[in-house]
Every structure is written in structure tokens, then in C-alpha cells.
Write a protein of this length. Structure first.
Length: 195
């Protein structure tokens, strides 16, 4: 596999990154709107940023610990992704946003402007979170996060929504969520009957 970036040899010590030593990245080839030779942000190790897809960490952004950025995700401005957080899909994380803990951001969306996403939070499917807030919703405090199950089993949009709404209905919207799950199940059945 041809690498799309390399770590710059000179390590940088960051006190705002839990006293971690990070390495700036440099693009080795053109992809998305990144050109070969462009400098990016800082990561602790190559495992933090996938060599596949168009994912990228822009200058001033940081990814460290066991955090992982993949797919077409973009981390920009002064955003930080750390602990065991995972950001993938077509997500833009920007501003002074922090994504940490076992959080998962995926699908298509944007998270910006001083957001803190912590613990076992999950955001997906065209999310747009742009104000200061802490995200750790009660309806996703489950032993197995719906997003983890959805991703690991490669479920599509309809299947994923069925799992999401059935998993959280008791903690969130009750019957309303079950009716949403029913609607997605009906759409899935209709899709399968057309095969």
C-alpha cells in the first residue's frame, strides 16, 4: 500500500495534549484537497490516522492516545481527538472541539465550535453539532453502543436505524422511537421484496 503521509522526524511536546510527544504529518501524494508536500497537524503514531481514504488532520489539530481517524474524516482548526475515540465517514471536526473517551463519530456531518464529545457518546447520520455543549446522552449509555454494532456488522442505513431506534426507545422517546424503527423495518422489507 502506498502511504499518503509520513511523520516528520522532529517530535513536538504538547502540554495541552496530556504532555504527549506528537509528530507533525506531511502529505506524500495528492488526495482530496491535500497536495503532496502539504503539512498537516500532529499525531502521536501512525495508528491515529489511516493511510486509506481521504481522512486528514489539518495543521493545529491533534490526534493521540489510541484515537483513530479514518474514511474521509477531517480534523481541523484546533480540534483534538484522543483516548479511544474514533472519527470516520465524512465527518468534519473543527473549532476547539474535543472528541475523547470511547466516543464514535461517523456518517456524514460536522462538529464544531467548542464542542466536547466524551465518554461513550455516538453521533452519526448527517449530524450537525455547532454550539457549545457536552454530549453524553443517556439514551446511548448501553453496554454495547448501537453504532459499534452497526459498524462491526456493516449494516446499511435502514438496518442501522432499526438497531438505533430499538436500542434506545426505553431511554429516549418510547413509542415514538419504536414507530420510527417500524417505519425503517417496513422500508427494508419493501426493499427486500423488490429483489
Amino acid at each position: 500500500m502506498e502511504k499518503k503521509y509520513k511523520l516528520i522526524e522532529k517530535p513536538i511536546f504538547y502540554s495541552d495534549a496530556n504532555d504527549k510527544t506528537l509528530y507533525q504529518i506531511q502529505a506524500l501524494k495528492n488526495f482530496d484537497n491535500v497536495k503532496a508536500g502539504d503539512l498537516g497537524g500532529c499525531i502521536e503514531k501512525e495508528d491515529n490516522l489511516s493511510q486509506d481514504g481521504n481522512c486528514w488532520v489539518d495543521i493545529n489539530a491533534k490526534v493521540y492516545n489510541d484515537a483513530k481517524v479514518s474514511g474521509n474524516a477531517r480534523i481541523s482548526d484546533k480540534a483534538k481527538v484522543y483516548n479511544k475515540a474514533k472519527v470516520f465517514g465524512d465527518i468534519l471536526v473543527s473549532g476547539n472541539t474535543e472528541v475523547s473517551g470511547n466516543s464514535r463519530l461517523c456518517g456524514k456531518g460536522e462538529v464544531s465550535n467548542n464542542i466536547r464529545i466524551t465518554d461513550n457518546s455516538s453521533c452519526y447520520d448527517s449530524s450537525a453539532i455547532k454550539q457549545q455543549s457536552n454530549i453524553n446522552p443517556q439514551h446511548y449509555q448501553l453496554p454495547i453502543q448501537p453504532i459499534d454494532y452497526i459498524v462491526k456488522n456493516n449494516l446499511d442505513f435502514l438496518e442501522g436505524n432499526i438497531i438505533k431506534y430499538v436500542s434506545r426507545y426505553k431511554q429516549k422517546n418510547g413509542l415514538e422511537d419504536l414507530l420510527k424503527a417500524k417505519k425503517y423495518l417496513e422500508l427494508l422489507i419493501e426493499k427486500e421484496e423488490k429483489k
